[in-house]
Design a binder for this molecule. Structure first.
Ligand SMILES: Nc1ncnc2c1ncn2[C@@H]1O[C@H](COP(=O)(O)OP(=O)(O)OP(=O)(O)O)[C@@H](O)[C@H]1O
Ligand SMILES: [Mg+2]
Length: 247
């Protein structure tokens, strides 16, 4: 079972978009996937029209069993949603003795998935520290601009600090350049810098594509909403690369 958090403390770089489309793409490749929303913004519930009755907060605080907040959305694709209540979980977590290990203890009960993907909030707070203490892999979507590249360098330090603090060995295994526009000089320069720094961990870039932006309004992944679009092609290529890493 691969446990992957999709994380970047910088906001709006394509984390949720990547989490949704990667999860959908992997499930279409016959991989059994659980997609977990760890962001109080609750974007996954909204973008995929899940309408979950219970969310991660209910399970984290012991109100309900973890299994009761798992919703099956499609063949091979299960979801655990979040709502704004998850912001309250931060207070709850700080009061726990092992506050950074609550998620790990909860999710360690899960079996039978090929992939657990966690969509993380844009912060360096306790929720993300919990995700880093559980996952073995970190995928970092990063916008192809100057500030995006700067945030990416910081992510490397953060992962290593959490590993040291909680005895984990999470590795950044994929950098995903997003919102790429090949006509834009900064985008091309930034992509080159990312590739020079991170070598073959860098995926093919995800191009800026209006269909990718529209899909959440229709409650669909890019593969369902516009299967011939550049966005579907780019996320399809990412799925291919991620599956290839298995060997
Ligand atoms: N390849 C793309 N082409 C066009 N629009 C995109 C693309 N990727 C993401 N977007 C849009 O950019 C915005 C931010 O994307 P997204 O919500 O995935 O970022 P995020 O990193 O999860 O944000 P946050 O930090 O707030 O959680 C959204 O409106 C999304 O539809
Ligand atoms: Mg998001």
């Amino acid at each position: 079972m691969r446990t992957i958090c999709i994380m970047n403390h910088k906001g709006g770089v394509g984390k949720t978009t990547t989490a949704i489309n990667l999860a959908a793409g992997l499930s279409r490749q016959d991989k059994k996937v659980l997609l977990i929303d760890l962001d109080p913004q609750g974007n996954i519930d909204l973008s995929l029209k899940v309408n979950a009755e219970h969310d991660l907060y209910d399970a984290m605080t012991g109100k309900i069993m973890l299994n009761s907040c798992i919703v099956n959305l499609a063949k091979n694709l299960d979801i655990i949603s979040s709502k704004e209540t998850l912001a309250k979980a931060e207070y709850y977590l700080y009061r726990q003795e092992e506050s950074k290990l609550v998620l790990k203890q909860l999710l360690s009960q899960l079996h039978g998935y090929d992939y657990i993907l966690i969509d993380c909030p844009p912060s360096l707070g306790i929720l993300n520290q919990n995700a880093l203490a559980f996952c073995k892999e970190v995928f970092v979507p990063t916008s192809t601009d100057f500030l995006g590249f700067d945030a990416l360098k910081k992510m490397k330090e953060i992962v290593s600090e959490i590993n040291d603090a909680y005895g984990n060995n999470a590795q950044i295994t994929k950098i995903i350049p997003t919102m790429f526009d090949k006509r834009n000089k900064i985008c091309k320069q930034t992509l080159k810098e990312i590739q020079e720094s991170f070598g073959n961990k860098t995926s093919q870039p995800i191009r800026m594509n209006s269909k990718v932006k529209e899909a959440p309004k229709h409650g669909k992944s890019i593969f369902k909403y516009a299967k011939s679009s550049p966005g579907a092609k780019d996320y399809g290529q990412l799925v291919y690369e991620v599956v290839a890493m298995e060997s």
